[in-house]
Design a protein around this ligand. Structure first.
Ligand code: SF4
Ligand code: SF4
Length: 319
Protein backbone atom coordinates (compact mmCIF):
# COMPACT_ATOMS: atom_id res chain seq x y z
CA UNK A 1 0.00 0.00 0.00
CA UNK A 2 1.23 3.53 -0.80
CA UNK A 3 1.86 5.78 2.24
CA UNK A 4 0.24 9.17 1.69
CA UNK A 5 1.62 11.10 4.69
CA UNK A 6 4.77 12.20 2.81
CA UNK A 7 2.50 13.89 0.25
CA UNK A 8 0.45 15.62 2.97
CA UNK A 9 3.26 16.95 5.17
CA UNK A 10 3.73 20.28 3.39
CA UNK A 11 0.45 21.96 4.18
CA UNK A 12 -1.24 25.32 3.96
CA UNK A 13 -4.14 24.25 6.22
CA UNK A 14 -4.77 26.97 8.83
CA UNK A 15 -3.91 26.32 12.51
CA UNK A 16 -6.88 25.30 14.70
CA UNK A 17 -7.30 24.66 18.43
CA UNK A 18 -9.34 22.32 20.58
CA UNK A 19 -12.57 23.42 22.26
CA UNK A 20 -14.34 21.56 25.08
CA UNK A 21 -14.19 17.77 24.68
CA UNK A 22 -17.60 16.22 24.05
CA UNK A 23 -17.01 13.02 22.10
CA UNK A 24 -14.60 10.19 22.81
CA UNK A 25 -14.12 8.13 19.66
CA UNK A 26 -12.41 4.81 20.20
CA UNK A 27 -11.02 2.66 17.46
CA UNK A 28 -11.11 -0.80 19.03
CA UNK A 29 -9.02 -2.38 16.28
CA UNK A 30 -8.57 -2.71 12.57
CA UNK A 31 -10.08 -6.17 12.14
CA UNK A 32 -13.13 -6.24 9.87
CA UNK A 33 -15.20 -8.86 8.07
CA UNK A 34 -14.95 -6.69 4.93
CA UNK A 35 -12.09 -5.10 2.94
CA UNK A 36 -13.72 -2.11 1.21
CA UNK A 37 -11.76 -0.25 -1.46
CA UNK A 38 -12.49 3.18 0.07
CA UNK A 39 -11.48 2.17 3.64
CA UNK A 40 -9.28 4.83 5.28
CA UNK A 41 -8.39 2.30 8.00
CA UNK A 42 -7.09 -0.38 5.62
CA UNK A 43 -9.18 -2.74 7.72
CA UNK A 44 -9.71 -6.41 6.91
CA UNK A 45 -10.13 -9.93 8.32
CA UNK A 46 -6.39 -10.48 8.82
CA UNK A 47 -5.55 -7.30 10.77
CA UNK A 48 -4.24 -8.35 14.20
CA UNK A 49 -4.79 -5.05 16.07
CA UNK A 50 -7.49 -5.54 18.75
CA UNK A 51 -8.05 -3.43 21.91
CA UNK A 52 -7.64 -5.69 24.96
CA UNK A 53 -9.63 -5.63 28.21
CA UNK A 54 -7.00 -3.68 30.17
CA UNK A 55 -6.98 -0.86 27.61
CA UNK A 56 -10.78 -0.93 27.37
CA UNK A 57 -10.97 -0.40 31.15
CA UNK A 58 -8.46 2.46 30.91
CA UNK A 59 -10.57 4.06 28.19
CA UNK A 60 -13.68 3.82 30.37
CA UNK A 61 -11.77 5.44 33.27
CA UNK A 62 -10.73 8.28 30.92
CA UNK A 63 -14.36 8.61 29.82
CA UNK A 64 -15.49 9.01 33.45
CA UNK A 65 -12.78 11.56 34.29
CA UNK A 66 -13.38 13.58 31.13
CA UNK A 67 -17.13 13.94 31.42
CA UNK A 68 -17.71 13.33 27.70
CA UNK A 69 -21.28 13.11 26.44
CA UNK A 70 -20.72 10.58 23.65
CA UNK A 71 -18.70 7.38 23.25
CA UNK A 72 -18.30 6.73 19.51
CA UNK A 73 -17.05 3.17 18.85
CA UNK A 74 -15.41 2.45 15.51
CA UNK A 75 -12.96 0.01 13.90
CA UNK A 76 -12.66 -2.13 11.69
CA UNK A 77 -15.91 -3.77 12.59
CA UNK A 78 -16.08 -2.75 16.27
CA UNK A 79 -18.55 -5.48 17.17
CA UNK A 80 -15.85 -8.11 16.45
CA UNK A 81 -13.85 -6.87 19.44
CA UNK A 82 -14.58 -9.11 22.47
CA UNK A 83 -14.78 -5.96 24.64
CA UNK A 84 -17.31 -4.13 22.45
CA UNK A 85 -20.28 -4.95 24.67
CA UNK A 86 -18.34 -4.13 27.84
CA UNK A 87 -17.48 -0.70 26.43
CA UNK A 88 -21.03 0.01 25.27
CA UNK A 89 -22.73 -1.06 28.51
CA UNK A 90 -20.15 0.72 30.71
CA UNK A 91 -20.83 3.96 28.87
CA UNK A 92 -24.61 3.55 28.93
CA UNK A 93 -24.51 2.76 32.67
CA UNK A 94 -22.71 6.09 33.12
CA UNK A 95 -25.41 7.94 31.14
CA UNK A 96 -23.12 8.47 28.14
CA UNK A 97 -24.62 8.17 24.64
CA UNK A 98 -23.02 5.42 22.54
CA UNK A 99 -22.62 5.31 18.76
CA UNK A 100 -21.80 2.03 17.01
CA UNK A 101 -20.21 2.54 13.58
CA UNK A 102 -21.69 -0.55 12.00
CA UNK A 103 -21.00 -1.99 8.55
CA UNK A 104 -24.38 -3.83 8.49
CA UNK A 105 -22.96 -7.14 7.18
CA UNK A 106 -21.65 -7.82 10.69
CA UNK A 107 -25.25 -8.47 11.72
CA UNK A 108 -25.23 -11.68 9.65
CA UNK A 109 -21.82 -12.93 10.80
CA UNK A 110 -21.76 -16.10 12.95
CA UNK A 111 -21.99 -15.25 16.65
CA UNK A 112 -23.69 -11.89 16.03
CA UNK A 113 -27.26 -13.19 15.85
CA UNK A 114 -28.24 -11.23 18.98
CA UNK A 115 -26.40 -8.02 18.03
CA UNK A 116 -29.46 -6.01 16.94
CA UNK A 117 -31.22 -6.96 20.20
CA UNK A 118 -28.18 -5.98 22.28
CA UNK A 119 -27.91 -2.60 20.56
CA UNK A 120 -31.63 -1.90 20.97
CA UNK A 121 -31.70 -3.01 24.60
CA UNK A 122 -28.86 -0.64 25.43
CA UNK A 123 -30.23 2.14 23.23
CA UNK A 124 -27.02 2.38 21.24
CA UNK A 125 -27.21 4.74 18.27
CA UNK A 126 -26.29 2.96 15.03
CA UNK A 127 -24.41 4.78 12.28
CA UNK A 128 -24.29 2.40 9.36
CA UNK A 129 -22.26 2.48 6.14
CA UNK A 130 -24.48 2.45 3.07
CA UNK A 131 -22.56 4.22 0.31
CA UNK A 132 -25.42 4.02 -2.20
CA UNK A 133 -28.96 2.74 -2.56
CA UNK A 134 -27.96 0.97 -5.79
CA UNK A 135 -26.59 -2.58 -5.66
CA UNK A 136 -23.92 -2.05 -8.32
CA UNK A 137 -22.33 0.93 -6.54
CA UNK A 138 -22.38 -0.69 -3.10
CA UNK A 139 -20.74 -3.87 -4.40
CA UNK A 140 -18.08 -2.01 -6.38
CA UNK A 141 -16.96 -0.35 -3.15
CA UNK A 142 -17.64 -3.01 -0.56
CA UNK A 143 -17.57 -6.39 -2.31
CA UNK A 144 -19.89 -8.95 -3.89
CA UNK A 145 -22.98 -9.90 -1.93
CA UNK A 146 -22.65 -6.91 0.41
CA UNK A 147 -25.76 -5.13 -0.88
CA UNK A 148 -28.18 -7.94 -0.02
CA UNK A 149 -26.49 -8.50 3.35
CA UNK A 150 -26.64 -4.74 4.08
CA UNK A 151 -30.39 -4.67 3.35
CA UNK A 152 -30.82 -7.74 5.56
CA UNK A 153 -28.89 -5.95 8.32
CA UNK A 154 -31.06 -2.86 7.98
CA UNK A 155 -34.20 -5.03 8.11
CA UNK A 156 -32.96 -6.63 11.35
CA UNK A 157 -32.34 -3.21 12.86
CA UNK A 158 -35.77 -2.00 11.74
CA UNK A 159 -37.33 -5.13 13.28
CA UNK A 160 -35.60 -4.24 16.56
CA UNK A 161 -37.22 -0.78 16.37
CA UNK A 162 -34.37 1.21 14.79
CA UNK A 163 -35.43 4.08 12.55
CA UNK A 164 -39.08 3.65 13.57
CA UNK A 165 -40.99 6.76 14.60
CA UNK A 166 -41.26 7.16 18.37
CA UNK A 167 -38.90 4.25 19.19
CA UNK A 168 -36.07 6.62 20.06
CA UNK A 169 -33.68 4.09 18.47
CA UNK A 170 -31.57 6.07 16.02
CA UNK A 171 -30.36 4.57 12.75
CA UNK A 172 -28.31 6.90 10.57
CA UNK A 173 -26.82 5.90 7.23
CA UNK A 174 -23.47 7.05 5.85
CA UNK A 175 -22.86 7.95 2.23
CA UNK A 176 -19.43 8.51 0.73
CA UNK A 177 -18.63 9.15 -2.93
CA UNK A 178 -17.57 6.29 -5.19
CA UNK A 179 -14.41 8.04 -6.31
CA UNK A 180 -12.38 11.27 -6.12
CA UNK A 181 -15.28 13.73 -5.99
CA UNK A 182 -17.04 15.71 -3.26
CA UNK A 183 -20.30 14.40 -1.77
CA UNK A 184 -23.48 15.90 -3.24
CA UNK A 185 -25.75 18.05 -1.01
CA UNK A 186 -26.92 15.97 1.96
CA UNK A 187 -30.62 16.91 2.11
CA UNK A 188 -31.73 15.96 -1.45
CA UNK A 189 -29.61 12.79 -1.36
CA UNK A 190 -31.31 11.81 1.89
CA UNK A 191 -34.69 12.15 0.15
CA UNK A 192 -33.48 9.86 -2.66
CA UNK A 193 -32.28 7.27 -0.13
CA UNK A 194 -35.57 7.45 1.74
CA UNK A 195 -37.54 6.85 -1.44
CA UNK A 196 -35.35 4.04 -2.81
CA UNK A 197 -34.88 2.17 0.46
CA UNK A 198 -38.50 2.81 1.40
CA UNK A 199 -39.49 0.78 -1.67
CA UNK A 200 -37.64 -2.13 -0.03
CA UNK A 201 -39.37 -1.56 3.31
CA UNK A 202 -36.33 0.04 4.99
CA UNK A 203 -36.62 3.11 7.24
CA UNK A 204 -33.86 5.22 8.80
CA UNK A 205 -33.44 8.56 10.58
CA UNK A 206 -30.80 10.62 8.76
CA UNK A 207 -28.32 10.28 5.94
CA UNK A 208 -24.82 11.57 6.70
CA UNK A 209 -22.61 12.47 3.74
CA UNK A 210 -18.87 12.08 4.25
CA UNK A 211 -15.98 13.02 1.98
CA UNK A 212 -13.39 10.34 1.21
CA UNK A 213 -10.10 11.19 2.89
CA UNK A 214 -6.82 10.80 1.00
CA UNK A 215 -5.46 8.34 3.56
CA UNK A 216 -5.42 4.54 3.98
CA UNK A 217 -6.69 2.36 1.17
CA UNK A 218 -8.56 5.19 -0.57
CA UNK A 219 -5.44 7.41 -0.55
CA UNK A 220 -3.31 4.54 -1.83
CA UNK A 221 -5.75 3.86 -4.66
CA UNK A 222 -5.57 7.52 -5.68
CA UNK A 223 -1.77 7.24 -5.85
CA UNK A 224 -1.98 4.02 -7.92
CA UNK A 225 -4.34 5.67 -10.40
CA UNK A 226 -2.32 8.89 -10.62
CA UNK A 227 -5.26 10.88 -9.14
CA UNK A 228 -3.80 11.92 -5.79
CA UNK A 229 -2.62 15.45 -6.71
CA UNK A 230 -5.83 16.13 -8.64
CA UNK A 231 -8.00 15.10 -5.67
CA UNK A 232 -5.97 17.27 -3.29
CA UNK A 233 -6.42 20.25 -5.62
CA UNK A 234 -10.18 19.61 -5.63
CA UNK A 235 -10.28 19.56 -1.80
CA UNK A 236 -8.08 22.66 -1.43
CA UNK A 237 -10.03 24.67 -3.98
CA UNK A 238 -13.33 23.81 -2.28
CA UNK A 239 -12.09 24.84 1.20
CA UNK A 240 -14.58 27.02 3.13
CA UNK A 241 -13.22 28.99 6.08
CA UNK A 242 -16.57 28.88 7.88
CA UNK A 243 -16.21 25.09 8.29
CA UNK A 244 -13.14 25.59 10.49
CA UNK A 245 -15.27 26.39 13.54
CA UNK A 246 -17.08 23.04 13.45
CA UNK A 247 -14.52 20.46 12.28
CA UNK A 248 -14.99 17.44 14.51
CA UNK A 249 -11.50 17.47 16.06
CA UNK A 250 -12.41 20.61 18.01
CA UNK A 251 -14.73 18.61 20.27
CA UNK A 252 -13.66 14.99 19.65
CA UNK A 253 -10.62 12.95 20.55
CA UNK A 254 -9.71 9.63 18.97
CA UNK A 255 -8.15 6.72 20.89
CA UNK A 256 -6.36 3.83 19.19
CA UNK A 257 -6.50 0.13 20.13
CA UNK A 258 -3.51 0.61 22.45
CA UNK A 259 -5.00 3.64 24.23
CA UNK A 260 -3.03 6.43 22.55
CA UNK A 261 -4.73 9.71 21.63
CA UNK A 262 -5.12 11.42 18.24
CA UNK A 263 -7.04 14.48 17.13
CA UNK A 264 -9.18 12.28 14.86
CA UNK A 265 -9.36 8.81 13.32
CA UNK A 266 -7.71 10.07 10.11
CA UNK A 267 -4.68 11.32 12.04
CA UNK A 268 -4.64 7.94 13.79
CA UNK A 269 -4.34 6.19 10.43
CA UNK A 270 -1.59 8.59 9.39
CA UNK A 271 0.21 7.94 12.71
CA UNK A 272 0.07 11.63 13.64
CA UNK A 273 -0.50 11.53 17.44
CA UNK A 274 -2.11 14.32 19.45
CA UNK A 275 0.61 16.51 20.99
CA UNK A 276 0.49 17.95 24.51
CA UNK A 277 3.39 20.05 25.80
CA UNK A 278 5.72 18.66 23.14
CA UNK A 279 5.28 15.01 24.19
CA UNK A 280 5.60 12.63 21.22
CA UNK A 281 2.32 10.89 22.12
CA UNK A 282 -0.21 10.75 24.96
CA UNK A 283 -1.91 7.72 26.54
CA UNK A 284 -5.41 7.75 28.08
CA UNK A 285 -3.83 6.94 31.45
CA UNK A 286 -1.67 10.08 31.26
CA UNK A 287 -4.25 12.84 30.80
CA UNK A 288 -7.89 13.84 31.28
CA UNK A 289 -10.13 15.43 28.69
CA UNK A 290 -10.21 18.78 30.48
CA UNK A 291 -6.48 19.18 29.90
CA UNK A 292 -6.94 19.04 26.15
CA UNK A 293 -9.01 22.23 25.79
CA UNK A 294 -7.17 25.02 24.01
CA UNK A 295 -4.46 22.71 22.65
CA UNK A 296 -3.17 22.87 19.08
CA UNK A 297 -4.67 20.32 16.67
CA UNK A 298 -2.20 18.45 14.46
CA UNK A 299 -3.20 19.44 10.93
CA UNK A 300 -1.87 18.42 7.53
CA UNK A 301 -3.07 18.73 3.96
CA UNK A 302 -5.71 15.94 4.31
CA UNK A 303 -7.63 18.28 6.66
CA UNK A 304 -9.03 20.03 3.59
CA UNK A 305 -11.20 16.91 3.28
CA UNK A 306 -13.08 18.16 6.37
CA UNK A 307 -13.53 21.75 5.20
CA UNK A 308 -14.21 21.27 1.47
CA UNK A 309 -17.65 22.30 0.22
CA UNK A 310 -20.42 21.59 2.73
CA UNK A 311 -17.78 20.18 5.13
CA UNK A 312 -17.44 16.62 6.37
CA UNK A 313 -17.35 14.99 9.77
CA UNK A 314 -18.42 11.81 11.56
CA UNK A 315 -21.81 13.53 11.92
CA UNK A 316 -22.08 14.20 8.19
CA UNK A 317 -21.99 17.58 6.42
CA UNK A 318 -21.05 20.51 8.63
CA UNK A 319 -23.68 22.82 7.13
S1 SF4 B 1 -14.85 0.72 5.34
FE1 SF4 B 1 -15.70 -0.11 7.25
S2 SF4 B 1 -16.61 -2.07 6.63
FE2 SF4 B 1 -15.21 -1.47 5.00
S3 SF4 B 1 -13.24 -2.47 5.49
FE3 SF4 B 1 -13.19 -0.41 6.38
S4 SF4 B 1 -13.89 -0.66 8.49
FE4 SF4 B 1 -14.53 -2.50 7.36
S1 SF4 C 1 -8.58 15.55 9.35
FE1 SF4 C 1 -8.78 15.38 11.56
S2 SF4 C 1 -7.40 16.94 12.36
FE2 SF4 C 1 -7.78 17.44 10.24
S3 SF4 C 1 -9.51 18.89 10.26
FE3 SF4 C 1 -10.33 16.83 9.94
S4 SF4 C 1 -10.86 16.12 11.98
FE4 SF4 C 1 -9.45 17.85 12.24
Amino acid sequence: MHATLPMLEVSSFPPIRRARLETLQINVGYRCNQSCVHCHVNAGPKRPEVMNRETAEQVIAFMHESGVKVLDITGGAPELNPNFRYLATSARDAGVDVIDRCNLTILSEPGQEDLAGFLAENRVEVTASMPCYLEENVERQRGKGVYARSLAGLAKLNDAGYGRPDSGLVLNLVYNPQGPSLPPPQVPLEADYRAELGRRGIVFNRLLTLANMPVGRFGSTLVSKGQFAQYMTLLRNAHQDENLDTVMCRSLVSVDWQGYLYDCDFNQMLELPLRVNGSPRVHVTGITGGNLEGGDIVVREHCFGCTAGQGSSCSGALR
